[in-house]
Ligand binder design. Sequence first.
Ligand code: N01
Length: 540
Amino acid sequence: MPDVNPAPEPRTFDAIIIGAGFSGLYQLLSLRDRLGMKVQVLEAGDGVGGTWYWNRYPGARCDSESHIYNYTFSKELFEGWEWSERYPEQPEIMRYMNYVADHFDLRRDIRFGTRVVGARYDDAAERWSVTTEAGETLTAQFLITAVGCLSTANVPDIPGLGDFAGQWYHSGEWPHEGVDFTGKRVGLVGTGSTGIQATPVIAEAAAHLTVFQRTANYSVPAQNAPLTPEFKQWVRQNHAEVRRATRSTTNGQAFAIEDRSVFDVTPEERLAIYEAAWAKGGLQFRATFRDLLLDKAANDTAAEFLKNKIREIVKDPATADLLADIDHPYAAKRPPIDSGYFASFNRDNVTLVDVRAAPIERITPAGIRTGAAEYPLDIIVFATGFDALTGPLLKLNIQGRGGQPLARAWEAGPRNYLGLQVAGFPNLFTITGPGSPSVLTNMPVAIEQHVDWITDCIAHMRARGLTHIETSEAAMDGWVARVNAAANATLLPQAHHSWYLGANVPGKPRVFMPYAGGMIRYRAICEEVAAKGYEGFTLR
Ligand code: N01
């Protein structure tokens, strides 16, 4: 007699994708519409957008220019969208992501409000078994993580936070209804890209803003502006050129790094080049010379120029000195771009506090207490960054063959092959995982390359009746060595407190995580691996 109340059958799929941001949407489309697979996307948020769904902090805007911060795989999709400003603001990016989801009818295969809390490789069934927070189990042949690189908030463990009488927020988990700063005393902790974007906007609204700076940072003006009708038209008519340009540069940007050395030109010429790049604005500043990230003496010239700009902008000399007291090479940490960050410190309602000299000791009910003073606050904003790259993956509690947790495999830092696969975790692909160029590039370009590679790989397997793909320890050893060598050829590891190294999260292994060899080289390596029958992987 059948059970009157049977346990629900696990729902089965060809592939489960975790995350409905840039990676997840394109991966869904590729597997479903190109390969005809049965795919389910699981998304914790109630809408598409991924990182941009959560990062709604004041001033949130992309640092890549809008016309290249989108997909280019479809001419029709590209031509059907128009950006309004040089850099897209968070709400406009959300509109774009929804446009994409509508255009390809993606929502019917996405489960929103569904947080993945575990994923286990079932050795007997040779399938992935994925558990949601609601206790449901779904199974799939392939598991693909599309969880982003900067999606696990890093709220510092400062004693007393629970006693704070006001409100506090992390930039990456911003309330959807927004935060009203009017008449409030606001404390902002952190001066990375986020803090630098948020400062001018909060300063406009708040009664007083206190910025708590531990590490001073460079920033170049974004020079944001509405796009002209002529530029919009050019973009619409030049899909192929935009796609070609972003695929021909190291960073996936539309600009190439100039093929000249800092010391090829006279000091006067160099100054003129830096001035022009400052006036133009944006991330392109770091492309002015090819050796800025390779040679400390070359980098010093850019660093000095940027520090002088801070001193020119900020009127109070003590504040200017503190802002310009930067301890790492320019662009060795991800270089922020801003809209009036340094000028904010000329306002009467903005104060800079040095928490390197006098660290934050505790949060009191009334505010933040440092070694030097107590600052009464109504609202604290933590712009303190993310448990980058590995955090979003480890949070999924992935267990591979024999129940091995990914956390154990990565105890000493992330180890994988091409940033895409880990030995002992068959049929698991990690889009823009550690060990891939990801955060060192314009993300949509890196994402499209990964999704296309994974899709081609699965198509190759299906055409040959193969069902499993797994990399090896030897392939991982070789790739980790290449990732380390690429980083060590640059000045990037010299920013010893950078999140690229995991240094911002206490106890996290210090390993330079992204592949710094550039998109062109990386793409060529991936193509060669595929051309050699997926060298470094076992397919069966
Ligand atoms: O985070 P961060 P973010 N006490 O880690 C400080 C991308 N992004 O959110 O350097 C006091 O860079 C910390 O100080 P220190 C982009 O890739 C993109 O700003 O560790 N301070 C640092 O100043 C970016 O790089 C865009 O000494 C503490 C800050 O908090 C990445 O996201 C916009 C502290 C954290 O800076 C992360 O940027 C925004 C403590 N206990 C972000 N803990 C766009 O493209 C940390 N800090 C739009």
